[in-house]
Design a binder for this molecule. Structure first.
Ligand code: HEM
Length: 370
């Protein structure tokens, strides 16, 4: 696609597709012409699927910037660094629970529960409810999972999951209004944006976004890393030390980007390359494709664990650049280095792997290793 039709209009999906690095970056960095503000109706459109709540992800400046400021601090590198020992404890606990068998499913036993637990704790959600969150979050992002159900059923289930999550949060918000704690829920409830507290929709949107955005994405990053490392001639040996692992995780993000595309709406009549784009047209920026663009990366279709520099677009670009990037990297580093300590080698059987049920996400459903 990058060669033959780097920018094209897809009549069936009624949207523009943008595939090349420079074009994807240009779209993402131009929030004035390519807006994030839109009615989210199509399922799987981005990280939050069809989530119709107001969030920083689907607002433009100045509202976007004000909303992002409310929760920016806890996700900055310095603040995230303080979470390292606790993330290590949680990781040890999950691995200890299974490793005696000499075999584990990386997804079910570690890569899924780890990010859910970490973000649920930061938000202030009781850990006992995290299995329920996982289900809501997966349904909203991917649909119910069964390939046989109709698009209408998928949509209904997504809406139901959103409604259940909203009810759950409404109760929790009431509790924190009476009894504030040192958590993100209390921070969001008491935040003032342009002199006013957030609307109920914005508060709910905040919490749902934080909970959903980092789960399946980080799960897929950890899993994709295990798969990529298993293909290296020396297996995990070449990525064991901390510096090598850090570079290798960036390469996984580039090579198998957990989020493959993000979408925008043209705010005005504008140009994409030689094409005239009309105000209101949907534009899908394929960052997963951009990350394989040979004009930007040497040997783009080879996994090069020590690739440097590596200016990939896996976390997006511009004002919506992933809020949780530092947290996701820390979780992945912790999970992978701990796995390396416990497993001398890691064997993965690629033949039986099933992809996750969305073309906007890159990952598999189960990953047994031994
Ligand atoms: C935004 C990817 C983990 C929270 C984004 C965007 C991408 C992305 C591509 C840009 C969306 C756009 O431009 O429309 C990823 C990947 C992750 C990850 C690949 C894991 C490997 C996380 C985590 C959190 C998080 C752990 C937890 C808080 C967010 C939020 C936004 C966002 C709140 C919206 C930022 C804004 O609109 O200003 N992420 N993400 N993400 N991500 Fe992540």
């Amino acid at each position: 696609m990058r060669e033959e039709s780097p920018i094209r209009y897809d009549e069936d999906r009624e949207c523009w597709d943008v595939f090349r690095y420079d074009d994807v970056q240009a779209v993402l960095q131009n929030a004035e012409e390519f807006s994030s503000e839109r009615p989210l109706t199509a399922q799987g459109e981005n990280e939050t699927g069809g989530m119709a709540l107001e969030t920083m992800l689907n607002t433009d400046p100045p509202r976007h910037d004000e909303l992002r400021k409310v929760v920016d601090d806890p996700f900055k590198p310095g603040a995230v660094k303080h979470l390292a020992p606790h993330i290590q404890d949680i990781t040890n606990e999950y691995i200890d629970a299974v490793v005696d068998d000499g075999e584990m499913d990386i997804i079910a036993d570690l890569a899924t529960p780890l990010p859910v637990t970490v973000i649920a704790e930061l938000i202030g959600v009781p850990a006992d409810d995290r299995e329920q969150f996982k289900q809501w979050s997966d349904t909203i992002v991917e649909g119910p999972g069964a390939a046989t159900v109709s698009a209408e059923t998928v949509r209904e289930e997504q809406l139901q999951a959103q409604a259940e999550m909203a009810t759950y949060f409404t109760d929790l918000i009431e509790q924190r209004q009476e009894d504030p704690r040192d958590d993100l829920i209390s921070k969001v409830i008491h935040a003032e944006v342009e002199g006013a507290t957030l609307s109920e929709g914005e508060t709910l949107g905040f919490l749902a976004l934080l909970l959903i955005a980092g789960n399946i994405t980080t799960t897929n990053l950890i899993t994709n890393a295990v798969r990529c490392f298993a293909t290296l001639p020396d297996g995990i040996e070449s990525v064991r030390d901390a510096a090598s692992l850090e570079l290798a995780i960036e390469e996984v993000l580039r090579y198998q980007s957990p989020i493959q595309a993000v979408s925008r709406i043209a705010a005005t009549d504008t140009q994409l390359g030689d094409h005239d784009v009309k105000a209101g047209d949907r534009v899908v920026a394929w960052n997963g494709s951009a990350n394989h663009d040979g004009d930007q990366f040497d040997d783009p279709d080879t996994f090069v664990p020590d690739r440097s520099p590596n200016q990939h677009l896996a976390f997006g670009s511009g004002i919506h650049f992933c809020l949780g990037a530092h947290l996701a990297r820390l979780e992945a580093r912790t999970a992978l280095s701990t796995l390396f300590d416990r497993f001398e080698t890691m064997q993965v059987s690629e033949t039986e792997l099933q992809p996750v049920g969305s073309s906007f996400l890159y990952g598999v459903q189960e990953l047994p290793v031994q």
